[in-house]
Ligand binder design. Sequence first.
Ligand code: 4NP
Length: 156
Amino acid sequence: MTTPSILFVCLGNICRSPLADGALRHAVRQRDLGWTVDSAGTGGWHSGDAPDPRAIAVARQHGVDIAMLRARQVRAEDFTRFDLILAMDHDNLAGLRAMAPSHPRAELRLALDLVEGRAGQAVADPYYGDASGFEATWADASAIADGVLRHFDAAR
Ligand code: 4NP
């Protein structure tokens, strides 16, 4: 099997999906796995932007640098380039399904489906809240990264 490729998708690609991207990238680098990890937004308003400063700050507090990530919108080739596309909430998943070709290579799922006891749940959008919301998003992002490692049998 070739190395897995995973795309995280939220709405703006500046809060939730960059945190999940950063948490998994960090774990992949620590384990020298060489996986492809990326993130994108169903919306394009923030294309080219760095992550939200509150997302950069919470990741940094947990030893992960996401300042170099840049937002982009989901594109058609993502459905053939990635093995697994993980949506942060139900609206993002519906948006992805609406865009997807009829037989995508990528498996489309909610990100929290890979976390024990969290199947069917959404990662709450912290954008309109305060910093405490970003701490909760980081907790979800790191649980998702662990879940992805387990999904591909690469935990520890
Ligand atoms: P994200 O959060 O989808 O987790 O990146 C949001 C970022 C920006 C907006 C909404 C949600 N916005 O409306 O600009």
